[in-house]
Structures are given as C-alpha cells and as structure tokens.
Design a protein around this ligand. Structure first.
Ligand SMILES: Cc1ncc(COP(=O)(O)O)c(C=O)c1O
Length: 326
C-alpha cells in the first residue's frame, strides 16, 4: 500500500528491535524493548530519516532546487534534512528558532548546528519575536524572486507526506512482532508526525497496540489535538479509516521548564540508558520520552505482564551541545 508512494532510500531499514534486559531488571516492571530508530543511518540517524524518504521525492517532483525547513537551534530534523539534501544534490536553507533562553555557546554552535553546517546547509537565525514559519516564507519569496524554486518542509517534517514514514515503521513493528505481543508503544511527541504516523499505521495494519505519546513541549490537550489532526490527514492520504479522538493519548508531565529545557528525569533517563544499556538518548526528545516511560512504570500505569516498545527516535547528536546539562 505504502509502496504506491514515491520513496527515496536514505536510511537503513528495518531498524532493529532489542530487549532492554538490564533496565527491565532494574525497574522490576514490564518488559521493555527498544526500536532503534536512532540507527536509521542518515547523518547519525533519527526519526526524520523515515519522513524524508517520502518528503524528498516530493521536493524533486516539484523540481525544487532549494529545500527550506525550520527548527529549534538543536533540531535533529534540520540536521537530517541538510544531510538528505547533500546526498541528493539539493541546496538546503535552515531557519533556526531560538527557543532556549540564555543558551550557552555550545548550544548555539555545537551538536546539530555544527553538523548542519558540515552538510553544507545555509543557516539563518530567526529574529526573536518573529514567527519562524512566516520568516521562512519571507525568505522563500526573496529566493523565488532571485530565480530559485524552493520547497518547504514544515517543522519536524510533520505533514500528511511525512506521516508515511511512521506508517511504514508500524508495518516493520507488526511484521517483527509475529505473535502480536507488544501491548504498548511509547514515544516522544513533538511536532507530532511520528506519533500521528504511528496511529495511522496502527489503524491501517489493524493493530491493538496502545500508543503513548510523551510531550516534549505542548500541553496534553494541544498536543493530542495536533496529533489527531495529523493522524486524520495521514489516514485520508492513504485512504484508511479515520482515527478516533480517544486513540490519541499524550502525557505532558515530563516537559519540565519548557521545550529543550533539561529536567532531572531526563538527566536520570539519559544516564540510566547509557550506563545500563550503552545506548545514547538525547536531552530534548528521547531522554524526556524515556523519563516519562520510567515514571509511568514506577507509578504502575502498566501491568507487569505488559510488553512495551519504546521508539528511540534518535537525537544523540545534540548531546555535546548539552554537556552543561549533565
Ligand atoms: C530525536 C527526536 N525524537 C522525537 C522527535 C519528535 O518527533 P515528531 O516531531 O515527529 O513529533 C524529534 C523531532 O524533532 C526528534 O528530533
């Protein structure tokens, strides 16, 4: 079904699913598995590779010569977009938004920012107080006047095309999980495309897995509404049944001081995953997502007989930019 949509191979798929033996023992609760989407291969990996495999062909179909996208300063999405553009011979312009107050120098220059530049992207910092999407549109209009044909990828690659990436991920999970034994998927929910695509995939492949989103920015209601809208668009795009509102579940208790602001729970989750499983989480998304999972286990949200799949959406490229937070 997904095969009918244009796709360009950018990553290594299917990504492996591994059992987190040491952490499962340590937490003494349900079994925890991890889907290694941090190992998608493109430019240190991450969830955006899946979306870009469907978004980049659309840029090419539109005869774009410049891909424009937006993100926070330490955006993993912009890093993977810059890498995809490098591989496909397209120019890339990134508009970065400063969401973290009083960010140290390393945050502004290291990690993903350094890699964006290494992949040859042009970087523009959005002036404070200005809407980043509007600012990107102004720049695109200027570039059009200069003869370019820009293609816009929304924040996080989250639109109906981007959701295809996680519909495909659900196919991989269901194919891997032959005895249908996973009860829950837990993932970090940001711009919403990963969560929404997983919901659409769940519907399309008729799975009963409960999908739990851990918000990294927005309040529960807003995040659920955003994911619901995107999931509806995704389902419409692949022509399957619509999601129900009650299918969308988000916890917003792990955001802490705001998007990208370190929390104790994130800090502990990143350290636990590193010291027990030798896997690198990131401070903004997968670290807070896993912190949410740990807390939900400790608060008995799950039964001990449940089998949980945490989707590791990547992001460790930002760790050096966050050394100060540890
Ligand atoms: C590492 C990582 N995990 C999770 C997410 C959240 O995914 P989404 O924006 O599709 O909700 C992002 C988004 O940038 C990310 O970079």
């Amino acid at each position: 079904m997904i095969d009918k949509f244009d796709r360009i191979k950018l990553g290594h798929f299917p990504t492996p699913i591994e059992y987190l033996n040491n952490i499962t023992e340590h937490l003494n609760g349900p079994q925890i598995y991890i889907k290694r989407d941090d190992c998608t291969g493109l430019a240190t990996g991450g969830n955006k590779t899946r979306k870009l495999e469907f978004l980049m062909p659309d840029a090419i179909k539109n005869q774009a010569d410049l891909v424009v996208t937006v993100g926070a300063v330490q955006s993993n999405h912009t890093r993977q977009t810059a890498a995809a553009c490098a591989k496909l011979g397209l120019k890339c312009l990134i508009v970065l938004e400063q969401r973290l107050k009083d960010a140290p120098n390393a945050y502004m220059t290291s990690g993903n920012v350094f890699l964006d530049k290494l992949f040859g992207a042009e970087i523009v910092l959005c002036p404070s107080g200005k809407d980043v999407k509007e600012y990107a549109e102004e720049i695109m209009a200027e570039r059009k006047n200069d003869g370019a044909n820009p293609y816009y990828i929304p924040v996080g690659g989250s639109n109906h095309i981007g959701t295809l990436g996680y519909i495909e991920c659900m196919r991989e999970i269901i194919e891997d999980d032959k005895d249908n034994s996973f009860t829950h998927i837990v993932l970090a929910s940001g711009s919403g495309g990963t969560h929404a695509g997983s919901i659409a995939g769940k519907i399309y492949y008729k799975s009963n897995i409960e999908i739990v989103g851990i918000s990294v920015k927005d309040k529960k209601h807003d995040q659920e509404e955003k994911v619901f809208k995107l999931a509806k668009e995704g389902c419409e795009y692949i022509q399957c049944d619509e999601p129900k509102r009650e299918d969308i579940l988000v916890f917003d208790d792990y955001v802490g001081g705001g998007y990208g602001v370190p929390t104790n729970g994130m800090n502990e989750a990143v350290k636990l995953m590193a010291t027990k499983e030798a896997i690198l989480l990131d401070p903004v998304y997968s670290g807070k997502g896993f912190a949410g999972l740990i807390d939900l286990i400790q608060n008995k949200y799950f039964r001990d007989t449940d089998k949980i799949l945490f989707i590791h959406t990547g992001g460790a490229a930002s760790l050096h930019a966050y050394e100060w937070a540890f």
